[in-house]
Structures are given as C-alpha cells and as structure tokens.
Design a protein around this ligand. Structure first.
Ligand code: B12
Ligand code: SF4
Length: 520
C-alpha cells in the first residue's frame, strides 16, 4: 500500500485542527492509500520556547528577514526531530499545505531541509502557493517566477503543485492523471461536494488544539458566493456557488460529536445562508439531531449575508435559533443605501434593523463588518455610518452585536472591479508609487492599494478616509461598542496621516499593513 505524509505548516491558528489535512487525508485513504497527518505547526509549537515561537511567527509573516541564532538552533533541532518522525513513517509521497501567503516562508524553509534528506515525491497545495516568491528569505528579488509554486517547482524543491481546490485534483494526480490545476494547468472547482468523504481527525483531535471556549472544527458547507460584490475576491476564487446536501453536513456534525466530542462547527463558507432552501433544511435537520440529549449543545458559527425581509421571516430566525446558530459574521458594509447599492448589496436599512432585532430576540451574536471610505462615499454617506452606531447601540450593549469591525479603509488590488462608468474612475497617486518603490512587491501592491483617488469623488483622499475611520473609531469607543482588532490598523493609519504632510511615509510605518488590512 502506498503511503502519503500530509504536512501542515505555520503560520496557522492553533485554535482548531487544520481543515485541509482532515479532508484531504480522508480523500487519499478513499483511493486505497495510507495517509498520516503531520501537523508541523503544532509540533513546532511544542518544541520551541515562547520567545522563539513569537520570532518565528514574525519570520513566517515576512516581518523580519532573518531569525536570531538561538531561534535558528531551536528550529533546526525541531526539523531534525520532525525528519525522524517522517522517516519512521517512510512515505512514498508527501503533500505540504500552504494555507495562505503567510505560510510560504515556512514552506520554503521546510523544503530546503527535507528535500535532500527524503526520497518521497513532493507536492504542495493551498491558497498560499500563488504568492510572489520575492518575499522568501535569500531569494533575491526573484522576478523570474510569477509564483512561489513555479519557483519551487523549477528550482526542484517539489515535484508537483496543485492550484485551487484539492478534492478532485489531488486524487487525479495520485492516480497518475493530467487534470486541471496540476503543475500550471488552469484549475477548476471541485465537481461534487457531496461525493467527498467526511474529514477525519484521528491524529489531529480537536481536543489537542488551543481552543478558546470549547473544541471546534471547520466544516465546508458551500464554496463561492451568490453575489459578486465589487470589492470581494471570493467570486474570483470560486466562480460558481456550490453547496453540499444538508443531510450529509448533519451527518458530519453528528460524527464529530460522537468521535471527537465536538459541539462547535465553524463553517468556512463565504456565506452560510447563500441558499435559503438549503439553510432551512440544514437547520431543520439540526433540530432533529438536537432532539437527542447528546447533541443538544451542538452549535455553529459562520459568515452570513443580510437578507431582505421578502427573502426571510421570523420563522427562519426561530429555525436558526433552534438549529444552534451562535455567531454570525455579517458584512453589512455601510449604512448608506447608495454605497451598498454600488457594492452590489440590495438590502435596506430596515432589513439591517430587522436582522439585529431578530438576532437579539433569539440570542444570536453578530460580528458586524463595516467598510469605511468606499470610493463613492461622500460626507453624507459617512453620516449614515455614524447613525448606524447610534441606532444600534442598544444591541452592542446587550451583546447581540458581539463586535463591530470598521475595516478596510480603502484597499483595492483590483481597481477595475469597482469602476463603474459615471461614478468611479480610480487613479493611483503617482507620489505613492515612487515612495514605495523599494518595498517588496507583495507589500508594495498593498501599500499602493491605499494611494488611490476616485476622480469622480476627489474629496475622498487618503487623508479624508483615515479621518473618517478614526472618527468612527472614536464614536464607537464613546458609545461603548466592542470592536475587533483595531489597534494595529489604527497605529498604522495614524503614522501615515502624521507623515502625509511631509510626504515621508516610510517602510517601517506600513510594515504591518498586510496583517491588518487584508483580514476577513
Ligand atoms: C477559516 C479561515 C481563516 C481562519 C482560520 C485559519 C487557520 N486555520 O489558521 C482565520 C480567521 C484565523 C484566518 C486567518 C487568515 N486568513 Co483565512 N480563511 C479562512 C477561510 C474562510 C476558510 C479556510 C478553510 O479552512 N477552508 C477549508 C479547507 C478544507 O480548505 P483550504 O485550507 O483552503 O484547502 C483547500 C485548498 O486550498 C487545497 N489545499 C490545501 N492544502 C493543500 C495541500 C495539498 C498538498 C494540496 C494538493 C491541496 C491543498 O485543497 C483544499 C480543499 O479544496 C478561507 C476562505 C475559504 N472559504 O476557504 C480564508 C483564506 C484562506 N484566508 C486568507 C487569508 C489572507 C488569511 C490571513 C492571511 C488574513 C490576515 N491578513 O491575517 C490569515 C492567515 C492565517 C494565519 N494565521 O496566518 C485567504 C488566503 C488568500 C491567500 N492567497 O493568501 C482566504 C482564501 C480568504 C480570501 N477570501 O482571500 N483564516
Ligand atoms: S462580500 Fe460577501 S456577499 Fe459579497 S461577494 Fe464577497 S462573500 Fe459574497
């Protein structure tokens, strides 16, 4: 029997087991192979001291270019121990999961160590493999290759890479077939989510992870989105909305409770209520499951879209409550109907009020995602956002709004997506361009993403966007709204605004930008 070592690497949260490892290992087993998961992220955490861990986290995130000798020695020792474990398994193939672009440095380091020491055929996959290789340590301004994956393949660190969804593609590659997504072929989405086997956590039990309240797992109900908002990359990653049969989902939730004592499901979906029909069915099936005493504590959280009152009613909220809805991460984005319409969101302010009213009634918490400085946003639109804070303050105080995030102060990598004839024509401030010349490309793109002006709304300069962001922050604090991760973002914005007059924004000022502006 062929053996596959599936390796999970930093940087990833240690709150729950890695979803890709649990899912793809199960798929590998379904074709008759043996598969063992090696969570190098957790392994490393158990082997190095706290100081080294913190330094390494910075290193993985490209914040520092080298690590201290002490940390290096701990890392090298851990690599040796990890190699021992791997060798005792003696895999024919190895797969490394590169979760995001913050996993590329660790991927490169691990491969540099493992490649000469192990015979197995190596593949990589995950969202991070499309990142630019210039940010890797000791890879000088590597403009020859477009992505980390190309670089690693051409320089013989790996044998194969898979772009996009891994469910079908990995199986095809292991069976020796050519298939979209493999080694540079344009990818396609997973064909049928219902035929994918259920994930397994046998060697990565949820209890082993550093959960905040209680152990949980990630579950994918759907991929893609039913909308195409101007600022969002989800429709680019998954062009078609595809969803799993609710019965199978509940089977997975049941299995996770019985086998791993897990009550909490964290859906990875861009929106869990993308199809109202499926969502109702899911809740109905969960209500059935929860009739049995053991499953009563089962609950879920996930990203949500605000729906109009024509699309839902009180009964839907009751169903959600009974089905175990616990926390909804909801992108309301703006309280200005005009701004929302431009974004591609069609609910009204009354619909938002209804959403909060129902949430509060049924004890369902919300994280409200809001957007400051959208390209067509005027002073009047900004006033609407302030009104949002006054109008729904009672829900924030009562806990129905668990947190608000005033984020994304206007970063557009793909400016043409928000451009609409007549009201948006994006321009890059040329001065920013020259100022950011020396930054690594990945960071430069992000920094430049800040420097836009909409020719048709010229008053909305970077300075004005930052002013609005800070005003909303101050008002949120004054009204007692709990907020998410704002300290780092505001520190950067503050540094930028401080230096805007002298036009001396330096790399140090915006070094942490990537961490704070591109969250979701
Ligand atoms: C849950 C989640 C989080 C959680 C938990 C992350 C964790 N486990 O540590 C939180 C909120 C903490 C988070 C943080 C971040 N996230 Co996040 N996150 C997600 C989300 C919603 C689900 C991920 C998931 O578990 N999916 C389910 C599993 C099964 O899928 P998967 O891991 O993507 O794996 C699939 C493929 O990638 C591939 N694959 C994966 N590994 C392998 C390995 C091999 C060998 C092969 C062949 C294939 C393969 O096959 C799998 C099945 O299709 C995704 C969006 C999404 N819907 O996928 C974003 C997403 C992955 N996150 C993203 C980003 C940018 C981040 C952050 C960098 C944000 C930030 N600025 O801080 C951080 C980075 C994480 C870190 N700690 O450093 C981006 C990644 C884009 C990119 N190219 O880098 C995504 C795609 C969101 C987006 N719309 O852009 N994230
Ligand atoms: S912002 Fe939300 S609703 Fe809009 S396309 Fe992205 S995931 Fe879908």
């Amino acid at each position: 029997m062929k053996k596959f070592a599936f390796i999970n690497i930093p940087s990833q949260e240690l709150e729950r087991p890695p979803a890709a490892a649990a899912l793809l290992s199960s798929i590998i087993k379904s074709i008759g192979w043996d598969c063992k998961i090696f969570d190098f992220n957790l392994f490393l955490n158990s082997k190095v001291d706290e100081k080294a861990w913190i330094e390494l986290e910075q290193y993985w995130r490209c914040k520092i270019e080298t690590i201290s000798d002490k940390t290096r020695s701990q890392l090298d020792k851990t690599f040796e121990l990890f190699l021992k474990d791997l060798k005792s398994y003696d895999p024919d193939w190895m797969g490394i999961s590169v979760f995001s672009r913050f996993s590329t440095v660790s991927c490169y380091e691990l491969l540099e160590f493992l490649r000469p020491r192990i015979k197995a055929t190596i593949m990589i996959g995950g969202h991070g493999i499309g990142a630019w290789p210039g940010s890797l340590p000791n890879v000088d301004q590597n403009t020859k290759y477009k992505t980390i994956a190309d670089f690693l393949k051409e320089e013989n660190y790996i044998d194969h890479y898979i772009v996009g969804d891994g469910e079908d593609t990995m199986k095809e590659l292991l069976q020796g077939n050519r298939y979209p997504g493999i080694d540079g072929l344009p990818p396609i989405m997973v064909k049928d989510l219902d035929s994918v086997p259920l994930p397994e956590y046998t060697s990565i039990e949820p209890m082993k992870y550093y959960y905040t309240d209680e152990p949980g797992v990630y579950i994918t109900m759907s991929k893609g989105c039913v909308r195409r908002c101007t600022f969002c990359n989800v429709p680019d990653l998954w062009p078609k909305f595809t969803i799993r049969n609710p019965k199978l989902l509940v089977e997975e939730i049941r299995k996770n409770k019985i086998e791993y004592q897990v009550n909490l499901t964290h859906f990875t979906d861009s929106l869990i209520n993308g199809s109202m029909k499926h969502f109702r069915e899911l809740n109905q099936n969960l209500i059935e499951l929860k009739k049995e005493q053991t499953f009563r504590p089962v609950k879920y959280m996930g990203q949500f879209i605000c729906r109009t009152q024509q699309e839902q009613n009180d009964k839907d909220w009751q169903l959600m409550h009974k089905g175990g809805a616990n926390l909804l991460v909801t992108g309301f984005e703006s309280f200005s109907p005009r701004v929302r319409k431009h974004m591609g969101k069609n609910y009204s302010n009354d619909d938002i009020a209804y959403h909060f009213e129902q949430s509060a009634y049924y004890g369902i918490k919300n994280v409200a995602l809001m957007f400051v400085g959208y390209p067509i946003e005027t002073e009047e639109d900004h006033e609407y956002n302030k009104e949002f804070l006054y109008r729904f303050q009672k829900y924030a105080k009562a806990g129905a709004i668990h947190m608000v995030r005033w984020g994304y102060t206007g970063m557009f990598r793909d400016a043409h997506k928000v451009e609409k004839p007549g009201n948006v024509k994006m321009m890059l401030d040329p001065d920013f361009e020259s100022r950011f010349k020396k930054l690594p490309q990945g960071l430069r793109d992000i920094a430049l993403g800040l420097g836009w002006v909409n020719e048709n709304n010229p008053k909305l300069t970077l300075r004005e966007r930052i002013r609005r962001r800070i005003e909303l922050h101050e008002l949120s604090v004054q009204l007692g709204w709990p907020q998410t991760r704002s300290r780092e973002e505001l520190t950067i914005l503050y540094k930028i605004i401080k230096n805007l007059d002298s036009n001396k924004i330096s790399i140090e000022d915006i070094n942490e930008l990537e961490d704070v502006l591109d969250f979701h």
